[in-house]
Ligand binder design. Sequence first.
Ligand SMILES: Cc1cc2nc3c(=O)[nH]c(=O)nc-3n(C[C@H](O)[C@H](O)[C@H](O)COP(=O)(O)OP(=O)(O)OC[C@H]3O[C@@H](n4cnc5c(N)ncnc54)[C@H](O)[C@@H]3O)c2cc1C
Length: 245
Amino acid sequence: MKVLVCISNVPDTTTKITFTDNNTQFNTNGVQFILNPYDEIALARAIELTDGGKGSVTVINVGDASTEATIRKALAIGATDAVRINAKPHDAWYVAYQIAEYVKQNPFDLILTGRESIDYNGSKVAGMLAELLDIPSVSIIKKLDATDSEATVEREIEGGKEVITLPLPFVAGTAEGVAEPKIPNMRGIMSARTKPLTVVEPVEVPTTSEIISYETPAPRGQVTLVPADDTAKLIELLHSEARVI
Ligand SMILES: Cc1cc2nc3c(=O)[nH]c(=O)nc-3n(C[C@H](O)[C@H](O)[C@H](O)COP(=O)(O)OP(=O)(O)OC[C@H]3O[C@@H](n4cnc5c(N)ncnc54)[C@H](O)[C@@H]3O)c2cc1C
């Protein structure tokens, strides 16, 4: 089975977010980038499904050369090879379009993405990619088992779970529960240096969106601490300041 795992290079969760160019660009200065955590889950399951010579795992990223450290990490974790589509993506449509064009030339049996990227949180790439490839897609899966021709997936739904079987190929967005993320070992880190990483030039994609501006959330209000035995003060503050009673 040939599995493709789409990986996104995202800011570390502790990053202090700021913007440049009149609040239209994310300021990448001093930002530490990591492999999107949901993509680590997808990658771990892809490795499990193909373990023991049952197939191969290719990781693909749409990004400039700065994403190669993240790609090498995916190779160190256990991906067989990697593809980087050499472009700075500006939205989910661009990412999905580029990956779809690559897959049309290089078919896979199963395509996994994370449930969402933790930077733009769009949850859009998987659905768009499936539509562009004219194959099924299933979002936010919590369990995945696959044979060479079909798969069973589980989704969490309100008050229960949904179990679906579907034929390969399809695109799935993976979430917690599908697999435990794998930590690269020394052998993996060493072999990642020599695993194939193919750089592909992007195709022309019509622009469909434009960022007007970004805005960070308003700072939280100050916290007033009230001694545990001073109920009168608490009531007064809830009345006069918080105005909730
Ligand atoms: C310098 C720079 C500036 C950017 N500016 C913007 C911007 O202004 N607005 C914006 O929307 N995006 C921007 N991006 C792209 C952004 O990083 C995302 O790749 C893209 O927007 C998809 O985000 P999403 O939240 O819709 O993805 P989701 O649909 O939430 O992602 C789901 C899954 O799709 C896959 N995926 C997502 N991105 C990629 C990728 N690049 N390569 C391979 N697989 C991927 C991963 O498996 C991910 O888990 C920028 C990227 C760079 C490098």
